[in-house]
Design a protein around this ligand. Sequence first.
Ligand SMILES: Cc1ncc(COP(=O)(O)O)c(C=O)c1O
Length: 380
Amino acid sequence: MVEEFEKAFATFCETSHSVAVSSGTDALRFALMASGVKPGDVVVTVPHTFIATTEAISQAAALPEFVDIDERTYNMDPAKLAEYLEEQCTVDDAGRLLSRRSGRPVTAVVPVHLYGQMADMDAILELADRYRLVVIEDACQAHGAEYFSKKNNRWMKAGSMGRAAAFSFYPGKNLGACGEAGAATTNDAAIAKTMKMLRDHGQATKYYHDLEGYNGRLDAIQAGLLHVKLAHLPKWNTQRRERAAEYKCLLESAETAVVAPYEPSWSRAVYHLYVVRSADREGLMEHLKKAGIGTGIHYPIPLHLQKAYKAMGYSVGDFPVTEKAAAEIVSLPMFPQLIEEQQSRVVHEILNFTSAAAQKDVETEPVSLTAESRRTRVYR
Ligand SMILES: Cc1ncc(COP(=O)(O)O)c(C=O)c1O
């Protein structure tokens, strides 16, 4: 069952291999280790992500260092990565790229495809190529997301562009198991082989341990479930995209004070989350809560300011784009079965909040699309 699911998931991701494991965190750790990241290496990532990204880096005995995000996509800003590589690194006599901050060799980059939208991979891969860095995609939130690669002149799937990639099948993900689960993908047979050994106590043949590994296998029952659900994933992703387009129309026609997500022309996002921005995020959340509408914050405290990473020595102001986003973002209800009426009510309440905040005290009808805007609405 595990092997059948692996084949199907690799086909879905347009990769040669997929290795099913017990969580997204394990997938990322094994992908880093199998791709040659060594203890003490620096792995560059973003501070605006779930902590599992940096946990996996630390668990591979490497050291996370951060670069800031793009303020519109919330993903790694390639210009900030370039700045880091040019200004915060140096090359030693042996030709190794060293971080000035830690003095350690910089060997890998982990772009995170946050909220279901891919990072600007062409630009990141180009820099990685120039500095001989391995790119491992954290695709834990991006099953089925696509990126138009100008370099390859085609749309490419999340998980198919880096040396390896990690996916999570945590129950709330676009493809979720009934418990913990994950998978790593790669086009490199040797990396796939090492990842398979790492997940199974370092053995390829029973009781012949070529390396020290982990207990990171996926249960067959979860693989069976995931295989059945995988057949529905394209439809569910399309539904999420349709709901996102509906929110965008409603938010724009209602002229609310929130900022809708930005999807560049090179991106086909799968909206794991629908994240808007508001200058008074706490007030908006409180208003929506009173109206019976659930919201979330993904994520309220940037990683560089977490207690767990105090020893890293970062401080407030180090990553201003991340810090501003973390103070303003709010995730609205998003799931494939969401219906237009529910979305109208969400936006109606956002509008009520905006009006109240502007002390206009206007009573509005639930917003709905005009016939014209419905006709012209485009779902990509
Ligand atoms: C961006 C990101 N990276 C890594 C992970 C880790 O996945 P898991 O919870 O399956 O270990 C998650 C999932 O929560 C995630 O959202």
